[in-house]
Design a protein around this ligand. Structure first.
Ligand SMILES: Cc1cc2nc3c(=O)[nH]c(=O)nc-3n(C[C@H](O)[C@H](O)[C@H](O)COP(=O)(O)OP(=O)(O)OC[C@H]3O[C@@H](n4cnc5c(N)ncnc54)[C@H](O)[C@@H]3O)c2cc1C
Length: 497
């Protein structure tokens, strides 16, 4: 491999991924790099991807993006978690909230205290010990001192791309409109040399970032990097998206409502609601999915229903030679836990940490790919958990999920929690103890035992400990303003005031 200095960066694609990459690179290295982004209005973007997780705050902090400005520009609302309806069984609901639940002891997580409390009739629902969860149920939100509440955003994806475009251009990134008609490679090395546009212009570069969406024009179509398929575990392969007018106040959480062959999302923004139905095409055809979604949504339809096909999985190498794929071109996990934008951000931060200014080294590529693989496989397991652990047996789709084999890594986590109540977070894993416990309990796994530390407490002491968590949460939540009112005051977009 040539070790030539990397100065010219070409980003192919201007969806959420492309503009997040442009924003990250231009802010960090805009002064020393020449950054160009090519996008085609004619092709457009995937047009979905509107629910996020709290890590986006870190990205914005690094970029010094002002929250109020960003929220007003993208019609954003706050998000405290995801409500899972009908997942464990029809008419059974739970919330996977951000933040933490209760207080851990150094030997044992809070769940052990709760398990004993429950056994002794001293504890309420597990969710009563989580501030973000209680605030979600009460539809309330406010910033609290010392990062006292963990949150993310619901945002309008196309407005977010526009917002980031302005930001990136401010740091020197250059946008080029046009359709890429040819990706030229060096016959000997296989490196990408340039992109030829329909206008005839040719854009040369040293490092290419493939953000062309599912198509993977550079990494897949040109470099032929294979795609590992995960459909044996994740049976959904289609979605239909539909925007509607808002009805009622915006909830501070995403709704994920399971149905006979998948699930439906509802994402409330300031100016509209994003809706979608995710389904397995083996169990539901597109026409039925569209009708099903249209029958469920509230509010006037603002767009035509749009069907999107996908394949769950990942590229076996997300960085290949002088091409790094970020976004949908690099792999896809359904948006059940709103993790795609997070993975884009992780790709950007990793690339910045390993930026090959003195030339691309295979050791960097290997490290990048290995880290990326570990991160996405961890998220994959977490998503599979929602499907595998269910009491639903009402349709062939759910019976197929219950009966499927799962990865050993996930099997181990489930067994460990069921048998001992224990959960451990590995290095660089996105989902921590709180997430695994909320979802495992929510899906119906009740551990068989608790940690012996808890038995050192008598009933009275245990009750005092549990109520010492629960009651202050109740008090705080009562004092929070309603989410809708808070958004209007804090970051209302111009047409909302
Ligand atoms: C149904 C669904 C729901 C989702 N929901 C969520 C969610 O709630 N939260 C979340 O985090 N993520 C979600 N995602 C994922 C999220 O949408 C994507 O990660 C995000 O939008 C990034 O997409 P992208 O930029 O990689 O691709 P795209 O948006 O498809 O952008 C591709 C870009 O490449 C350009 N392009 C392609 N070919 C060419 C060419 N030949 N010449 C020039 N330009 C070209 C296009 O014009 C476009 O600008 C969802 C995805 C799907 C499918």
């Amino acid at each position: 491999m040539e070790h030539k200095a990397i100065k010219r960066i070409v980003i192919a694609g201007g969806g959420t991924a492309g503009w997040m990459v442009a924003a990250g690179l231009s802010k960090a290295l805009g002064k020393v790099l020449d950054i160009k982004l090519v996008e085609s209005d004619e092709i457009g973007t995937v047009g979905v991807g509107e629910a996020t997780i709290p890590t986006l705050l870190t990205f914005h902090r690094l970029l010094e993006i002002k929250e109020q400005e960003f929220m007003a520009a993208t019609q954003a609302t706050f998000k405290l978690g995801i409500g899972f309806e009908n997942w464990r069984d029809v008419n059974e609901n739970y919330i996977h909230a951000f933040g933490t639940t209760g207080k851990d002891h150094w030997t044992a997580g809070f769940q052990h205290f709760w398990l004993k409390g429950r056994e002794r009739g001293l504890a309420g629902d597990y969710g009563e010990y989580c501030l973000e969860l209680q605030a979600s149920l009460a539809h309330r939100f406010a910033h609290l001192p010392r990062d006292g509440i963990h949150y993310a955003f619901h945002l309008d994806a196309s407005l977010y791309a526009k917002f980031l475009r302005k930001f990136s251009e401010g740091f020197g990134a250059q946008r080029i409109e046009g359709k890429i008609v040819e990706v030229k490679t060096d016959a000997e090395s296989g490196d990408i040399r340039s992109l030829r546009l329909d206008s005839g212009i040719e854009i040369e570069g040293d490092l290419f970032i493939d953000c062309t969406g599912f198509r993977g024009l550079l990494i897949g179509e040109t470099q032929k990097v294979e795609y590992e398929d995960w459909s044996q575990w994740l049976h959904c392969d289609s979605a239909v998206a539909l925007q509607t007018e808002s009805v009622g106040d915006a909830l501070p959480y995403t709704r994920s409502i399971a149905h006979e062959a998948g699930w439906r999302w509802r994402i409330p923004l300031q100016h509209r609601v994003g809706n979608g139905l995710v389904y397995s095409s083996r169990h539901m055809d597109d026409e039925r999915a569209i009708g099903f979604l249209q029958a469920q949504v509230q509010g006037k339809e603002l767009t035509k229903p749009r069907v999107i096909k996908f394949q769950p999985g990942q590229r076996i190498r997300t960085w290949n030679r002088n091409c790094v794929s970020i976004g949908l071109s690099s792999g896809f996990l359904e948006p059940l836990e709103s993790t795609s934008i997070h993975l884009i951000q992780r790709g950007i931060l990793r690339l910045l940490q390993m930026f090959p200014s003195m030339g691309i080294r295979q050791s960097d590529i290997d490290e990048y790919n290995q880290q990326n693989k570990a991160e996405i496989e961890h998220i994959r397991d977490f998503i599979i958990l929602h499907y595998k652990v269910t009491n639903r047996q009402d349709t062939p789709f759910w019976r197929g999920c219950r009966d499927m084999e799962i990865p050993d890594s996930l099997r181990h986590r489930i067994d460990l929690f069921r048998e001992t109540g224990r959960v451990f977070r590995g290095p660089n894993e996105l989902f921590g103890e709180n997430s695994w416990i909320q979802v495992m309990l929510g899906q119906g796994i009740m551990p068989e035992q608790h940690h012996p530390t808890v038995d050192l407490m008598g009933d009275e002491e245990l009750l005092r400990f549990l109520d010492g968590v629960r009651l202050p949460i109740q008090k705080t939540v009562k004092q929070l303003p309603m989410h809708q009112a808070y958004v209007e005051k804090y970051c209302g977009a111009p047409d909302m005031r």
